[in-house]
Design a protein around this ligand. Structure first.
Ligand SMILES: [Zn+2]
Length: 266
């Protein structure tokens, strides 16, 4: 080696250049809707890590109602900048055609205790859920009727989700689950403010007593559709103000979700 100092300088220069490019990529360069580049994919993992640490540090009952401001506020500058850039994209550009509701958290929610299901690949916990009182009243009435008819009832896998929590799950699914593709992700998870789970009317994602939600391991929308509980919902849910939002080929650009029923007073 003739001039080790010069080699070191070149190496340092390359490192600095790479860092400048990486930071520019996060704060400024275009974001692909098809698949994030490797720096942005790294950012998604960092964002999920930060949220994971933050959510574990807060009381369990606060996780699904975290405010959008607190969700954003716990990130470092680069993470926050990237999150804000992603959520500044018009979801219509990603194929999502649903309505915008609000980025405010709904008040006066009823707490639904966590439930654990023993599944073949280990226990599954729903976490603590929430829903507005008027939705809870109709849900209870509906389950009483279902229990009378079928001797079974449906439990809550997910109900009200604050826009802050919606932001967290958007990024969780944007990772490996949906191949770091914003378009693919938008077919499953709404952006904060656009989810029925975050609206005043909320949506409920059901799970049956055997832990079948359609979203578990080796389960699909069809798995839930084949349940007698689903059949019962199709015939009776509207009497209790619940409606299937995303049937096959729905106009919202969202995949078929047999488990997702929204509350609406018609
Ligand atoms: Zn849902």
């Amino acid at each position: 080696m003739k001039n080790p100092k010069k080699h070191l300088q070149t190496a340092l220069l390359l490192v600095v250049l790479f860092l400048v490019l990486a930071v520019s990529d996060i704060v400024y360069f275009p974001i692909s809707h098809e698949r994030l580049d490797f720096v942005q994919r790294f950012m998604v993992r960092q964002i999920n890590k930060s949220w994971g640490e933050y959510s574990e540090s807060m009381p369990k009952e606060k996780v699904k109602i975290v405010s959008y401001e607190n969700f954003l506020g716990q990130f470092n500058f680069l993470e926050r900048r990237f999150v804000e850039r992603v959520f500044a994209i018009d979801p219509k550009e990603l194929g999502f055609k649903g309505a915008y509701f609000s980025k405010k958290t709904v008040d006066d929610l009823v707490l639904i205790p966590q439930k654990t299901f023993e599944m073949p690949d280990g226990p599954y916990e729903t976490g603590i859920n929430y829903m507005p009182g008027y939705v809870y009243a109709d849900y209870e009435k509906m389950m009483e009727a279902m229990e009378k008819d079928l001797g079974r009832r449906l439990y809550i896998d997910s109900a009200y989700r604050s826009p802050g929590y919606q932001g967290a799950i958007f990024f969780y699914y944007l990772g490996e689950k949906n191949n770091y593709s914003l378009k693919e992700n938008a077919g499953w998870v709404a952006m904060p403010g656009y989810s029925e789970h975050g609206s005043e009317n909320t949506a409920l994602d059901f799970i049956n007593q055997d832990g079948i939600s359609g979203e578990g391991k080796d389960q699909t929308s069809e798995t839930f559709e084949q349940l007698p509980e689903y059949d019962w919902l199709m015939k009776n849910a509207s009497k209790y103000n619940f409606y299937l939002t995303y049937p096959r080929n729905n106009p919202y650009g969202v995949n078929y979700e047999s488990w997702h029923w929204h509350w609406e007073k018609k």
